[in-house]
Design a protein around this ligand. Structure first.
Ligand code: FES
Ligand SMILES: [Fe+2]
Length: 444
C-alpha cells in the first residue's frame, strides 16, 4: 500500500518570488494594521445620509467602538459622545431636548451644551458642584451633497489638528488626470464636487472592517461575481481575475498634505485579465468591455471609477462599529447639472443600479466577507493565510494604512459589542434584533 502523501502547508518546495512573499519581515511592515481590529481613529467617516436626520432629529450610531449622537438644529448638525457621563446610558435612546442648544439625559437629567459638550445643568439638581467642571466629547461634522461626515476622534484630539475632509477621501479628478491617466473613461466625480448627486445605501455587515475593505479592491475576488445578473444582463466582460504583470502595478499615494492610499493600474499592461481557465472549462463569453479602476484610501474608502457605468463612480466605506461588525456604505456619484439629468439618473439608480449592482452584485461581497470572518476573528488568520500574486493589493494597502493612520482605535469600552456574549446582546438576538449600527429608541 502506498504511503499517504504528506502535504506540507508551509515552507515546502520553491519559495515564491520575494515580491509575493508574506513572510515575517513583510508582516512586520503592517503590524499596526493587525492591531486595528476596532478601526483607525482620528479620521473622517460617513455617519448618516442627510435625509436620515430630519430637522430636530436625533440619532445614535457607533463608529470605532465610540457611541456618537447626531442632532440637527436649524442648519447645523451636532455630534457628541452618546454616553451620559453620569451612568453611561445612551442619550439618543430617548432624545430629550428642553432647549435648542442643549440635550438632556432622559434618565437623571444631566444636560449638555450641543456645541461644547459641557455639562451645563442637571434637571433636578441644578446646584451640584459637578456642573460646569466637565463634559462629553464633541466631534467635528461636515455635511456635503446629502452625506453627513463625522470626524471620529480620541477625547483629547485637538480641534486645531482636525484635517480637511478631503484628506480622508480618494484623490480627485480632473486634478489628477495627468498623474493617474484614465483614457478609457471620463473624469471620476468626487462626493465633494459641485452638483454631485449621491445615491446609495448603508447596512451592517458581519465581519471585521478590514476583511470587508480588502474585498473591495481584491483583483481575484471578482470570481464571486461571475454569475451575477447584472453582469449577464449587461453582457459585461468581467474577467475571472486580474493578475499583476509588473512590480509597479500599484501606485502608492502618500503626499504630505493629502489623502493616503493607493491606485491600481487596472486595464493597463501592468495587469492581465484572465478570461479563461481551460483546466476548469471556464471561459468568459460576454461581449461588452466594462473597464474600471479600484483605489483605496484611509480610513478605508474604496473608489471604483467608471462603475457601474460611464460618468458614475462607486464609493464604498467599511466603517468599523465593533471588532466584528461594520457599516457597509455603497454610494454612487454622478454629476447632474440639470433637473432632467438628475431625474434620469434617479430613475436608473432606483430601477437598475440599486437592485442589481448595490444589492445583487454587492450582496455576494457581503457573503464572502462573512465567510472569511471566522478565520480572522481571533487574529490568527493574519498569520495563517497563504497569499498569491494577486494579493499584492491587500499587502500594499496594509503597509500604507500602517504608515499613515492617525491612531488605532482602542477596543470599545462600555459599549455595544465590548462583550460579544453579554446578556443584553443575547436578549436582543432572542428578540430578533441583530447587532447593528443604530441605537434603538426606547418606546414611551
Ligand atoms: S445616566 Fe444620564 S443623567 Fe444619569
Ligand atoms: Fe465584489
Amino acid at each position: 500500500m502506498n504511503e499517504p502523501k504528506v502535504i506540507r502547508r508551509r515552507n515546502s518546495g520553491t519559495p515564491p518570488a520575494s515580491a509575493r512573499t508574506n513572510d515575517s519581515r513583510t508582516q512586520s511592515q503592517y503590524a499596526p494594521y493587525k492591531e486595528a481590529a476596532w478601526g483607525f481613529i482620528n479620521h473622517w467617516y460617513p455617519a448618516l445620509f442627510s435625509e436620515e436626520l430630519p430637522p430636530d432629529g436625533t440619532e445614535g450610531i457607533q463608529i470605532c467602538g465610540i457611541p456618537i449622537l447626531l442632532r440637527r438644529v436649524g442648519d447645523r448638525v451636532f455630534a457628541l459622545k452618546d454616553q451620559c457621563l453620569h451612568r453611561g446610558v445612551r442619550l439618543s435612546a430617548k432624545p430629550t431636548c428642553f432647549t435648542r442648544s442643549t440635550i438632556s439625559c432622559w434618565y437623571h437629567g444631566f444636560t449638555f451644551d450641543l456645541e461644547t459638550g459641557r455639562l451645563v445643568t442637571i434637571a433636578a439638581n441644578p446646584e451640584d458642584k459637578l456642573i460646569g467642571t466637565t463634559g462629553i466629547t464633541t466631534y467635528p461634522v461636515q455635511e456635503v451633497n446629502g452625506l453627513i461626515f463625522v470626524f471620529v476622534r480620541e477625547d483629547d484630539f485637538p480641534d486645531e489638528d482636525v484635517p480637511p475632509l478631503a484628506h480622508d477621501l480618494p484623490v480627485r479628478f480632473p486634478e489628477n488626470d495627468a498623474r493617474f491617466p484614465h483614457p478609457l473613461w471620463p473624469a471620476a466625480p468626487s462626493v465633494l464636487d459641485d452638483n454631485a448627486v449621491l445615491r446609495g445605501i448603508h447596512r451592517t455587515g458581519f465581519s471585521n472592517w478590514r476583511i470587508a475593505c480588502e474585498n473591495g479592491f481584491d483583483n481575484a475576488h471578482i470570481l464571486v461575481h461571475k454569475d451575477n445578473t447584472i453582469v449577464h444582463a449587461m453582457d459585461w466582460v468581467l474577467p475571472l481575475g486580474i493578475v499583476p504583470t509588473a512590480d509597479d502595478c500599484i501606485a502608492p499615494v502618500e503626499d504630505e498634505n493629502g489623502p493616503k492610499g493607493m491606485v491600481q493600474w487596472l486595464f493597463t499592461d501592468k495587469w492581465k485579465p484572465i478570461l479563461e481557465n481551460p483546466q476548469l472549462n471556464l471561459k468568459v463569453e460576454n461581449a461588452r468591455g466594462r473597464c474600471y479602476r479600484t483605489s483605496v484610501f484611509l480610513p478605508g474608502v474604496l473608489m471604483v471609477e467608471n462603475w457601474p457605468e460611464e460618468h458614475v463612480v462607486q464609493y464604498e466605506w467599511y466603517v468599523p462599529i465593533t471588532e466584528d461588525t461594520y457599516e457597509y456604505w455603497e454610494v454612487l456619484v454622478k454629476i447632474c447639472n440639470t433637473d432632467e439629468e438628475r431625474a434620469a439618473y434617479d430613475y436608473r439608480y432606483k430601477h437598475l443600479f440599486k437592485p442589481l449592482a448595490l444589492h445583487g452584485f454587492n450582496d455576494c461581497d457581503l457573503s464572502a466577507r462573512e465567510a472569511m470572518q471566522d478565520f480572522y476573528a481571533d487574529g490568527t488568520g493574519w498569520e495563517d493565510e497563504q497569499l498569491v500574486s494577486t494579493d499584492v493589493s491587500p499587502i500594499t494597502w496594509r503597509k500604507i494604512a500602517s504608515r499613515w493612520n492617525r491612531g488605532i482605535a482602542k477596543p470599545g469600552r462600555g459599549v455595544e459589542g465590548t462583550i460579544a456574549t453579554s446578556s443584553i446582546r443575547l436578549k436582543r438576538l432572542a428578540d430578533g434584533i441583530a447587532p447593528g449600527y443604530r441605537v434603538r429608541k426606547i418606546e414611551d
